[in-house]
Design a protein around this ligand. Sequence first.
Ligand code: MAN
Ligand code: CA
Ligand code: CA
Length: 144
Amino acid sequence: MLILKGTALGANYIEKEGHCYYFNDIGCDINDARDACQTIFGNNQEGKLYEPMTSRIYDMVFGAFSSKTSSQVWIGAHDTTNEGQFTYFSGGPLQYANWYDNEPNDYGSGEDCVEIYTTHAGQWNDDGCNTIQPSICEKVEQGE
Ligand code: MAN
Ligand code: CA
Ligand code: CA
């Protein structure tokens, strides 16, 4: 039923270049957000928090979800392993970063997870991983 592929997607889903993205507006800490992406998209290495790799794709994904009301939204990067060394949850250093002014700052007792500031043109902040907020999931389509 290829013809349904686009139209069957709900309002919180978009599909771009063989990847599907989902805006999860249920507030979660980072671990629950990661689990939710697997629940939504499958746990066979398919569903994960969105891991931005290029500005071109990031601008498309952020643009599609920028009207969402939440001001802070989880994506799939962290520095829990080595402070100051941000990596994707899938592994490897960031290929692309979009930090807000003076971020990341590991504020207070420490901040090790990466969020989008939707109120600051989609630039990023490091925040405490226990913060409860929405998130963006990604699925790489089979065969891509
Ligand atoms: C401010 C800044 C940020 C920090 C948050 C934590 O906005 O210091 O870097 O992450 O506070 O709430
Ligand atoms: Ca940190
Ligand atoms: Ca910060």
